[in-house]
Each structure stands twice: as C-alpha cells, then as structure tokens.
Design a protein around this ligand. Structure first.
Ligand code: NCD
Length: 304
C-alpha cells in the first residue's frame, strides 16, 4: 500500500494481511518502536477530531516517527488566506514523509493524491469515506466474532452522511454471507450507491424504521450519530428519537450481539450500557491505534 485513500482500493487479501500485521503489532509493540525512526509525519486536519488524530499521532510516535501538525488547519493554516489543498500538499510534502489528511470535501484525499509524492492517508473525507476507521472496525469485529464471513450486522443512524458506515460496507462486503439490517430515518437512508454495492456483492439487505424489528440475533449493532454538521449544509433536519439504544433495549438482543460505535456518541446512545461486556466501542477506539500503526507501517515501509 502506498496511499490509503479509499476502501475501494483494498482487496480482501490486503485487508487480511493488514489485520494479521495489526495483531503482530498489538502483541509485541516494542518490536516496532524504531520502524519509522527519522521519519516525519504530518497531520493535516481541516475538521475536528479526537480519536483519529490522536490515535494516528500515537501510532506514529510509537513507531519512532516525529510529528508535525496543524490541529485545526481550516483556521490555523494558509487555507484561511485562500491557499488550495493542492498547494498545501505540495508544500507539506517538502517537510514530511507522509501526510494524514482529514477534510470536509468528499474528494479531498483524491485531490491530494494527484499532486502527492509521499504517502497520503485519508483520515476522513467529507461524508464519503473513512478508510482507517473501516479497517479498525473490521479488526474489532474479527477480534470479537472470530470471523468476517456470515455476519449479520445492523447499521443504525446516519447512513447517508456517516462516512464510517460507507467504508465499513465496502470492506464487509468483500466477505461472503453478509446480511445488513439498516435502520435510519427516511432523510438519512443509505444512498443508492451503497444499496447497489450490497446487491452487486450478494449481501442481504433489509430496511427498518424502528429498533423493535431488528433481528435479536444480529452479530453486531453498529450505531452512529447524526452528522449534524453535514445535514446543515443540505438544509435537512433529523432526530435520533427512533434509534436511541439504552440498556433495556440492548438487553433484548442476544448475549452474542456486540455494540459498536465509531464515536463520538451523542443522544443516540445511553451511557447506562457502558458496563455491559457486549458494549465494545471503547475497545474499538483503542484498536484504532494498532490498526493505524499497521497502516503507517504498510504505507511507509512496505510501499507496494
Ligand atoms: C467519525 C468521523 O469522524 O467520521 N469519528 C471518528 O473518526 N471516530 C464519526 C463521527 O464523527 O460521527
């Protein structure tokens, strides 16, 4: 892997080898501490982030790299003066060995890679993609379910603008026997592009309008927040009322149903479920650091 731009570029065997590498790193992080010695990684974030920025930063540091960053590139970089993303990439690549980029434009990572001479890692581009999140989600699912085939997954919340959902579906459907149960309000349904993808890859797909009709034996409930910041741009209003999960609701599902969320969680999830061992979103976020170590390793060391 030279760049990580979209889950479209990830083949099943690449994904599996990344999951294996992540396991190796997680089991023996000390072995990898000098992997990126003398490398400089730039984080260029034009949108807010806690987990993605800090876990990528921690991943780089734990591999021995140094970091340069603009924490809020929209306000603190030359973007405020009108500099194009392309020019910023041209400049930063003179200072760094890889750029981790988060940007509100759906096509930002694609645009960056057109002018890039160093690896570009997409840390979230608009509502379209969040490939490293997709990878950490698959890693987490595999860790808990011990398989990636024959999974029944409920995706809930903002299926239209939730980029984590989009990346997740692209990766999940590389596997056989996938069954997707989608729950959202009408305004935030899965875009036709993804409905077609599910069809093309022979995944079963069922739409729901309430939590009550979801099969009680789903393997994973993948909850997401409403992407208010993206909805505002489209003039859409939506409420999470029909899909709020609390302990009582969660207890109606099987003992093998795990609850994931890319976080941050807002009103769609009640914190009374936090002590349930099936609530794995904090572990999911923690896995993100190891998966991102593996991504950096592959982009900077293997560079295929
Ligand atoms: C997600 C994102 O930025 O798309 N957060 C994350 O990276 N874990 C989800 C979200 O913001 O809702």
């Amino acid at each position: 892997m030279k760049h990580l731009i979209s889950c479209d570029q990830i083949k099943k065997e690449d994904l599996l080898s990344l999951l294996t590498l992540t396991d190796k790193i997680k089991n023996n992080p000390v072995f990898y501490t000098e992997t990126l010695k003398n490398k400089v990684i730039a984080t260029l974030f034009y949108e807010p982030s806690t987990r993605t920025r800090l876990s990528f930063s921690a991943a780089a540091v734990r591999l021995g790299a140094s970091l340069i960053n603009t924490e809020n590139a929209n306000e603190n970089s030359s973007a405020t003066k009108g500099e194009t993303l392309e020019d910023t990439i041209r400049i930063v690549q003179g200072y760094a060995d890889a750029i981790i980029l988060r940007h509100p434009d759906d096509e930002a990572a694609q645009r960056a890679v057109q002018v890039a001479t160093i690896p570009i890692i997409n840390a979230g581009s608009g509502g379209k993609e969040h490939p490293s999140q997709g990878l950490l989600d698959l890693y987490t699912i595999n860790t808990y379910k011990k398989r990636l085939d024959n999974l029944k997954i409920a995706i809930i919340g903002d299926l239209k603008y939730g980029r984590t959902i989009h990346s997740l579906l692209k990766l999940l459907t590389l596997f056989d026997g996938i069954e997707i149960h989608a729950l959202s309000v009408k305004e935030l349904e899965l875009p036709p592009l993804f409905e077609n993808l599910l069809k093309k890859r022979n995944a079963k797909y069922t739409k729901h309008t309430t939590l009550n009709t979801l099969p009680k034996d789903v393997d994973i409930i993948y909850q997401t927040r409403i992407q208010k910041e993206r909805l505002q741009n489209e003039g859409i209003q939506a409420s999470a009322a029909s899909f709020i999960i609390d302990k009582k609701q969660f207890d109606t599902f099987s003992a093998d149903t795990y609850l994931m969320h890319p976080l941050p969680r807002i009103e769609e999830m009640n914190s009374d479920i936090d002590n349930d061992p099936r609530a794995i979103f904090f572990s999911q976020a923690h896995n993100g650091m190891y998966v991102r170590m593996a991504v950096l390793y592959q982009c900077l060391c293997e560079n295929k």
